[in-house]
Every structure is written in structure tokens, then in C-alpha cells.
Ligand binder design. Structure first.
Ligand SMILES: *Cc1c(COP(=O)(O)O)cnc(C)c1O
Length: 423
């Protein structure tokens, strides 16, 4: 169903003129109807022999772990940007809200609108300031923007006031990430200039850490000090900062003093760790696994190449199993000849160049005393990410091979694969 959702979103992105608000929302609406149709008749694994399994129970488990770690008084925002880190924003949001999260975080207006169309009424914070042209949508769908540009702030205030109301916003303070936000030493002045506006309602103040997942804590502490400093300036001015928040998953797990009123949990609710340093501190269950089925099995004579550019040639006495998944689904092409796949509890080498829609695996037909012959048949399930028998391949394993982080890989697997949600 996310498949059609993605299409609706792509359609939306091709129509981002300032005047076509209606057609944009029409596209989202149509996409949602398509999704419903598709989901009713066939499951993702029936439509295609490659799919993502998303374990709702794992997401619940993770949120409960966080509630334990945080105690009862800290609010949890579930960050569901990039389609819930590839897990499905709507489904993740529903599970998270039912398991203790009180608000949602997204990166774009479209992501917020998608949640509204799904009937989700919880507060939705857009973590980066949207374009001024999108203010109409922000107001229409009661999204809460991050604010850090004066021009945007005043335009938002004017637009809200023209509708006879005020728009809640969160002031974003840059304490050292140097990405977005009002510079920490300018926060007081910024608020002094806009706080009078009756179209604006300061609902929260937040910052974001650059090194919360690093072993070294010096720069993290410097950001925390700058944030506290900015907060005292704001309070000294007599302004109530509202909901104060700073921590992403890593900071929420590691630093009590960074939790303030609320934490913004992204990677952790999906059961993934932001880095090695948080692993010993809280047990999480990964929610995503990537599965496919052997769609063709054939023997390839010795010396013949397999897939584009013949980066692999048959050593003879092997079967080549084709899996209908490729880089169009987020399986990075640079993993070609460098990854394994689990079939029937065995770890088998991927061989040949990964294509857009297909990936091949070598099934060695030689058996030895140490290694029995692998038995693979058409239709057998193959695990790209997840558990199979006693073997497991994690997003962390794959990220290590690629020199990237689990965040990026989870997002990528959200590109095209259909999803099956299990409880
Ligand atoms: C993505 C994001 C988060 C969530 O970070 P995780 O490391 O995934 O927990 C929190 N805050 C902001 C501003 C973000 O952009």
C-alpha cells in the first residue's frame, strides 16, 4: 500500500507549482484510494516476490523500552519522516501513538499532509521550516512548523491572523549543528521581534545535537550549555518557551539532562541503534526485515558470466538463483558480489552485478564432509535483511559493508517494496 503512497508523493513532487494546491492534494487523495484498493485484494507478497515485513510488535516493544528508560514524565515524539524511515509513516505513527507517543515529527509538509489524510489527528511538527508558499497547507492541515527565519515567521503570522487565528510553532535554535535554526546567541532577539504577533503562538523551543551518538561527549556538552543559555535568556525575557526538547534517540538514551519535556525518537522506535555506544544501554528489536523468493533457478555452465558486465563467472557445478529485488528497491548496487543472502537457513553468496529489479545468488552443488549441499527450490524464501534459521543479517551488517549507517539503508528499502505488517 505504501507503494501507491510513494507514487502519489512522486506525483505530488512533480506538481509543486504555487497554484496547484488542489491538484496536489487530489493526487494524494487518489493515491490513498488506490492504496486501499490494492491492499484489499492482494498482499504485498502476492503481488510481488519481494517485500518488506514490518513488525508492529517490535515497534511497540521499543516504545515501551523507551518509556521505561525515560520514566513517566518525558513526552515522546515519534519521528516518522522519510516514510517512517522506510517502515511506513502512517502505520508507524498509528502504532507509536497507541503506545505512548504524544506527537509526530516529519521533515516536509507533504509528509504531514499524508498523515492527516490517513485520519491522524495528533500534533505534527515539521522539523525544518517549509517554504513560505506552503503556509496555506500548513494552516489548512494544522501542522506545526519549525521556525527560524524572520521572513517565514512574519508571513506565517500574517496568514494565520488573516484567518482569525494563531498558528503554533516551535522555535528551532542552532547550538552547533550549523544546519538550521536561529543562532543560539540570537534566539532572544529573534523572539523579541516576533513574539508580539497575535498570529503566532510559541508552542515549543528545540535544538538538535550533532554528536549525541559519539563516544566523545565534549561537543555534545557544549551544545547543551548553549541551549540552556538560550533558554534562560528566553525565560528572563518573560517568555514561556513551552515544550522544550533537544534529544534524538542517542541523546534520549544517554543523557538525562538532555531530555527536558520531550524527546524526539526516530531510529530507536524502529529498533535500530544510532551507533555502537547505545547498544549496551537499551535492548531494541528491529522492526524491518526484507524478504524475497527464488523466482528462477538454473545451472550456468562453467565460465559463463552472470548479469551485467560479467563481474562473476560460473565456476561450474552451481545453480544460479534469481531474486526479484534490486537497486530499484534500495538494495545498493555497490553490494554486488559483496553480500550474502539467507535461504533455508544457509548463508549463500550473492553473485554478479545487482540489477535494478533482480539479484542473483550462487547455490553451490558441491558437498563436502563439512558442508552439506545447499538445497534450494523455486519459490523458496530468501532473506536479505532479517533472521532465517540460526543465521541473521542486520541493517547494521549491511551498513558496515557499505560504509554508511542503518538510517540510510532503512530509508532506501522504503523506495518501492510493498510492506506486510505483522503483529
Ligand atoms: C531525524 C530527526 C530526529 C530523530 O533522530 P534519530 O537519531 O533518528 O532518533 C530528531 N530530531 C530532528 C530534528 C531530526 O531531524
Amino acid at each position: 500500500m505504501d507503494f501507491a503512497g510513494n507514487m502519489a508523493q512522486q506525483q505530488t513532487q512533480q506538481h509543486t507549482g504555487a497554484t496547484d494546491r488542489e491538484s496536489k492534494e487530489g493526487a494524494l487523495q487518489r493515491g490513498r484510494e488506490d492504496m486501499t484498493q490494492q491492499g484489499k485484494e492482494y498482499t504485498a507478497s502476492q503481488r510481488r516476490w519481494a517485500w518488506a515485513v514490518i513488525d508492529r510488535e517490535a515497534i511497540r516493544y521499543n516504545l515501551k523500552r523507551f518509556r521505561k528508560v525515560l520514566g513517566p514524565d518525558v513526552k515522546m515524539m515519534a519521528v516518522v519522516k522519510a516514510d517512517g524511515y522506510g517502515h511506513g509513516a502512517v502505520e508507524t505513527a498509528r502504532v507509536a501513538l497507541a503506545t505512548g507517543a504524544s506527537s509526530l515529527g516529519v521533515a516536509t509538509v507533504d509528509e504531514g499532509v499524508e498523515l492527516r489524510y490517513a485520519g491522524i489527528a495528533a500534533p505534527i511538527l515539521i522539523l525544518t521550516e517549509p517554504p513560505i508558499e506552503a503556509i496555506g497547507l500548513v494552516l489548512q492541515h494544522q501542522l506545526i512548523p519549525a521556525v527560524y527565519n524572520m521572513e517565514f515567521a512574519l508571513a506565517l503570522g500574517e496568514a494565520a491572523d488573516a484567518q482569525g487565528r494563531s498558528c503554533p510553532y516551535h522555535l528551532k535554535i542552532d547550538t552547533g549543528m550549523n544546519r538550521v535554526g536561529v543562532h543560539h546567541s540570537d534566539a532572544g532577539d529573534f523572539l523579541r521581534t516576533i513574539n508580539f504577533h497575535r498570529g503566532l503562538e510559541l508552542q515549543g523551543v528545540f535544538t538538535h545535537f550533532a554528536t549525541a551518538d559519539a563516544v566523545d561527549t565534549y561537543e555534545f556538552r557544549r551544545q547543551l550549555e548553549r541551549f540552556d543559555q538560550a533558554l534562560s535568556v528566553i525565560r528572563y525575557m518573560g517568555v514561556d518557551p513551552g515544550i522544550v526538547h533537544a534529544a534524538n534517540t542517542a541523546a534520549a538514551i544517554r543523557y538525562k539532562q538532555a531530555r527536558y519535556d520531550m524527546v524526539r525518537l526516530g531510529i530507536g522506535i524502529y529498533g535500530l541503534h544510532p551507533s555502537e555506544v547505545t547498544k549496551p544501554l537499551v535492548e531494541l528489536h528491529p522492526a524491518m526485515s526484507i524478504r524475497t523468493r527464488v523466482s528462477l533457478l538454473k545451472s550456468v555452465p562453467v565460465g559463463e558470466g552472470v548479469s551485467y558486465s560479467y563481474t562473476y563467472r560460473s565456476p561450474g557445478n552451481v545453480l544460479i538463483a534469481t531474486l526479484p529485488i534490486g537497486y530499484g528497491d534500495g538494495l545498493a548496487r555497490v553490494l554486488s558480489n559483496r553480500m550474502d543472502v539467507l535461504i533455508n537457513g544457509r548463508r549463500l553468496p550473492q553473485v554478479g552485478t545487482i540489477c535494478m529489479d533482480s539479484t542473483m545468488v550462487e547455490v553451490n552443488q558441491r558437498s563436502s564432509a563439512l558442508r552439506p549441499q545447499a538445497v534450494v527450490e523455486m519459490g523458496d524464501e530468501a532473506v536479505i535483511i532479517g533472521r532465517n534459521g540460526n543465521e541473521e543479517i542486520t541493517l547494521d551488517d549491511m551498513a558496515a559493508t557499505l560504509g554508511t549507517i542503518n538510517y540510510e539503508l532503512a530509508c532506501r528499502f522504503g523506495m518501492r517494496l510493498g510492506r506486510i505488517f505483522v503483529d
